[in-house]
Design a protein around this ligand. Structure first.
Ligand code: XMP
Length: 305
């Protein structure tokens, strides 16, 4: 465990030295990693920090409004790029190709916005597990392996690259960030795209966004999971009213973990699981079936792709 005060002082120095007098852009998602980076950079370089929130169209329900409320007092730019991301994902079914397409699009949108403000320097909230998992060839995290090589930024600053998630949360506390941010569940950079098996479409994203919201509403406060979410894993037959339908199969995943390297499924009472299944199928007519994922990591990963 790092000494948080020492870490904060060192990180601020590192950002100051790397940025000099240049403007620095960063992707602020509102998760704990990017929020900690923003707070560090704001202390280090003040108004030279330009945080940008990119709405990829793959975010959770209500996320953009939440960001607007929480960070409304800083000079935050909100970019609606949902259509661009869906275009980039058209026809792509391979999980790695999806991650790369999202990573590439993310950087391109960034480059475009950075150019508008004259920034050549990028700040990223990459943390240690992102780096080892990308190096180990497990998958490319959209902010590491997915980075296009012809990136136009002259400098990339990653002040929390040596920290595990629980250490980032400690630093968030020491920086005085709101508890809601400090304890927020991780959400993957590629967003809901890794919770939709196969090709990502507007319809599938809408379904999984709603299901995800129900799962969080049912489980977050009760179990304080490392993560809980819904994933769209296929199509199956169901009966709704008098009709047999071909509907979506939604998987519910809820895990405890220390650092995402390993994870255990949460022992949710059966009645509660049945209630969640009923709520999802009742609220989302195109869902025919709900299953609960009982696999640990390893052998499964936390996300579905
Ligand atoms: P897995 O699915 O590999 O996930 O067990 C481990 C943790 O990392 C998150 N995750 C990501 N985070 N970019 C991110 O920023 C990504 O591409 C990505 N993929 C997975 C995941 O939500 C879990 O917390």
């Amino acid at each position: 465990m790092v000494n948080t005060e020492k870490f904060i002082a060192k990180a601020i120095e590192e950002i100051k030295t790397a940025a000099g007098n240049e403007k620095v852009v960063m992707a602020l998602s509102g998760g704990v990693d990017s929020s900690v980076c923003a707070a560090l950079a704001a202390r280090a370089i003040g108004d030279n920090l330009i945080p940008i929130y990119i709405d990829t169209g793959l975010m959770r329900k209500g996320e953009t409004d939440r960001i607007r409320t929480i960070f409304g007092n800083i000079r935050l730019q909100i970019i609606d790029a949902g259509d661009e991301f869906l275009d980039s994902l058209k026809g792509i079914t391979d999980p790695e190709a999806k991650r790369k397409a999202i990573g590439e699009r993310f950087i391109r949108v960034f480059e475009r916005e950075a150019k508008k403000v004259g920034a050549k320097c990028l700040l990223q909230g990459t943390i240690y597990p992102d780096i080892i998992e990308s190096q180990g060839g497990i998958k490319s995290h959209h902010n590491v392996g997915g980075m296009p090589v012809d990136i136009e930024f002259t400098k990339v600053i990653e002040p929390i690259r040596d920290l595990y998630k629980d250490e980032v949360r400690d630093v968030a506390g020491a920086l005085g960030l709101p508890k809601e941010i400090q304890h927020r569940m991780p959400f993957p950079g590629p967003g809901l795209a890794v919770r939709v098996l196969g090709e990502v479409t507007r319809e599938k994203v809408a379904v999984i966004r709603e299901a995800n919201w129900i799962v969080e509403d049912e489980l977050v406060e009760k179990y304080h999971p490392w993560q809980c979410f819904a994933a769209l894993i296929g199509l199956g037959t169901g009966v709704k009213g008098d009709n047999r339908i071909h509907g979506w199969i939604v998987a519910v995943r809820a895990v405890h973990s220390r650092d995402a390297m390993t994870a255990d499924p949460i022992d949710i009472p059966f009645e509660h699981l049945v209630k969640i299944g009923s709520r999802i199928t009742a609220d989302i007519p195109s869902v025919a079936r709900v299953v609960y994922d009982i696999t640990a990591k390893p052998p499964a990963t936390i996300e579905y792709e």
